[in-house]
Design a protein around this ligand. Structure first.
Ligand SMILES: [Zn+2]
Length: 378
């Protein structure tokens, strides 16, 4: 029998109002000058100004870096690191969606690791991140990427737009404050797209190769939460119960995908690179087109997902559920609806094939297979 490693290291404070614990937590750890790392959208929300004011009332001297927008690029990270130094910060608070939290991690790398950020890219022969990362806490404001419990950051090159993955266990947030009230203001189309990203993480993690019954269990329960609450979160944005379920499902997806992801994510990464499509929307459109490719390899896994969701335990019932869910939350079924067509096929296949996610897919996916998956989705 082999010996396996399972890791679930992030302490999480979960619940409405948990953001109010951030200030006392940092003070208790001996920090008082946090740099708040966020994106332009979050910085304009009413809750953000209240959050900063509360930190000040609690006795901290926070500085704000909000120079993040779109897909994060290296120049944003460097600007954030400069802000950290200029404010003489001693810790960081990452607050936002996946982009802001990924930039916070990458700023952390830059503070004490002296080489160019991309010298630490996760690839053979790269430098290891061996200098400490400043203490940082994460507050997610979307329910999709689960970046708050992840140990990697995806940062693009400013010129080439090529995505680079920075990965190290030391990038993990030291504490997560998961406060569903921060997600109440998300508009329905973002709730739908990010929710489909969470669902894709859960499904692909469950299907991924490898032995990880703990992640499998987390993934199945996460799918049940998505089934219970994604439609309601889209249709009744103010439902704290639905928002709570989706925030948990999002973190459970990211915890589960330490096991691996698969072809859906490779297709979605290609769609973001080639057509600038939103990551969650790309997953939401591709999920059943790409998963159909897996069904014949591991039908029993699809039957277990269907059974967990209270459906007839069959491959067909699972796909029927995904299509019905997508229709209810307004995610299109085909790429034509987002103006992606066959003229982009070669570029899409090129990026998808080079993407690392499908290495853990339960079925080997060749160039020809990616061609067929995309052709079925146009
Ligand atoms: Zn994803």
């Amino acid at each position: 029998m082999s010996i396996y490693g399972f890791n679930f290291p992030t302490p999480i404070r979960f619940g409405a109002g948990s953001r109010k614990e951030v200030g006392p937590h940092l003070l208790a750890q001996g920090f008082s000058r946090p740099l708040i790392v966020t994106d332009k959208g979050v910085a304009q929300q009413a809750f953000f100004a209240e959050f900063v004011a509360l930190l000040q009332e609690q006795g901290l001297k926070p500085a704000v870096f909000d120079g993040i927008w779109g897909n994060p690029v290296k120049s944003q990270v460097l600007a954030g690191a400069a802000a950290f130094r200029a404010a003489e910060s001693d810790a960081m608070i990452g607050i936002g969606g996946g982009a802001a939290l990924d930039v916070a991690k990458a700023i952390g790398v830059c503070i004490h690791n002296p080489e160019d950020l991309f010298a630490y890219e996760d690839r053979p022969g790269a430098l290891s991140i061996d200098q400490p990362i400043p203490y940082w806490v994460a507050l997610p404001t979307t329910a999709g990427t689960g970046s708050e419990v992840g140990r990697s950051a995806v940062i693009s090159d400013d010129q080439t737009h090529q995505k680079k993955i920075i990965f190290a266990p030391s990038l993990l947030a030291r504490q997560v404050f998961a406060d569903p009230e921060l997600t109440l203001g998300l508009p329905p189309h973002i709730t739908a797209a990010t929710g489909m990203d969470a669902l894709t993480h859960l499904v692909e993690a469950f299907l991924a190769q490898g032995y990880h019954p703990i992640c499998d269990g987390i993934a199945l329960e996460g799918m049940r939460l998505v089934q219970a609450s994604l439609v309601q979160a889209v249709q009744e944005p103010g439902s704290l119960q639905a928002r709570s379920d989706m925030l948990l499902a999002s973190m459970m997806g990211a915890i589960a995908f330490q096991k691996g992801l698969g072809v859906v994510h490779s297709c979605a990464h290609a769609l973001s690179t080639v057509a600038d499509l939103h990551h969650g929307l790309a997953n939401g459109i591709m999920i059943n087109h790409a998963l159909a490719f897996n069904a014949e390899a591991v039908p029993e896994r699809f039957e277990r997902m269907a059974a967990t969701l209270g459906l007839e335990p069959s491959v067909e019932a699972f796909f029927h559920w995904i299509k019905a869910l997508r229709a209810e939350i307004g995610i299109p079924h085909q790429l034509g609806a987002v103006k992606v067509g066959a003229e982009q096929l070669d570029a899409l296949v090129e990026v998808a094939l080079a993407d690392a996610c499908h290495a853990s897919n339960p079925r080997i996916c060749t160039r020809e297979d990616f061609v067929q998956i995309f052709e079925g989705a146009f």
